[in-house]
Design a protein around this ligand. Sequence first.
Ligand code: UD1
Length: 379
Amino acid sequence: MKLDIIAGARPNFMKIAPIIEALSKVNDKIQYRLIHTGQHYDKKMSGNFFEQLGIPEPDVNLEVGSGTQAEQTARIMERYESLLLNCHSERSDSEVWESPVLESTFTGMADWVLVVGDVTSTMACSIAAKKLNVGVIHVEGGIRSNDLTMPEEINRMVTDSITDIFYTTSEVANENLRQLGHAESKIRYVGNTMIDTLLKNMPRFTQPKTWKKHNLQAKAYFVMTLHRPANVDEEAQLKNLIDEIVKGAKGMPIVFPVHPRTAKILQGIGIEAPNLHMVEPLGYLEFNYLVQHAFAVVTDSGGITEETTVMKVPCMTLRDNTERPETITIGTNELVGTNPDNVAPFMEKLHNGDWKAGEIPHLWDGHTAERIVEDLLRL
Ligand code: UD1
């Protein structure tokens, strides 16, 4: 079998790492290419994750870089299609992307493409592949926020509509897919590859420099991440949210690794507070060390709500919906919403020690990638 594995943006890297490790154990039965679309390109957003998680160098980097949703989608589709068709252009125009000849693995068409999660790269590569009759495998298929203002929701819907095999993380995802009319035989509940990575790397979590610099104490600080357009693209919304969180923290330090999207907006606001420590995006091992020892996490990420659930750390999600409801019904997550006025009561609950303890969802056990590869061998 010839398989393409796609990774493009930060949350993809922890999802593919264990799949690649499991594939390396079945030798040549599955020939694969690792394709980085280049959607995230900074060392802090990409390269560091490859190093820390031991992911091999990608066989190909499509180097699409930044752009609007449509620009990124178009560039990824063009370049991935060119790779599948093994196109070499006659034009000297630097805009034309040349498909490289790969000596390490196969060149040209794949039998299957494996995409993970919900980023632009996931959707763009699925479409390019499916139109060339390449089978689509979606890891983390079937989850839905039903919020079409999020680009990720559109990416999920489009990808799932042309997916041949779904590897799912929850019973809710299975049910969503059934309701959409997908055959039971296409739906495979395997668990969560992001949690494989988390459990495997837990012994290697590393105290970041910010710990000593800001004199952090275990279970006595917050970790905060914000990058969703609904929270960060308008200065007033971002400022009001941060103000409420700073107030609600009651003097406890807040470590805030700032996403590049958020950094651009923050430059114009100039927020400062003695307990607010803004730092650059952290490596995987450093970030999760901070989360593991935190009093609580405040975030608008989806993936982090899964990690806090497994580490049993209270998590406040600054979104009005989630595609990962099991982190709320089973785990330690609560939906606060995007209205800054909602923050205070949740902070009270935390400080009063009234937060739920949470359980770990079924099959989030560190062996998901092995289950996926076992199944791939049967395709
Ligand atoms: C993307 C994903 C989102 C994911 C997030 C995690 C989509 C639609 N969104 O959002 O699901 O949760 O990544 O980070 O795919 N930038 C850099 N350096 C980089 C990457 C981006 O400076 O390495 C800048 C870009 O130029 C852009 C901004 O950050 O201005 C946003 O990047 P973009 O890839 O458009 O989306 P994210 O907000 O990161």
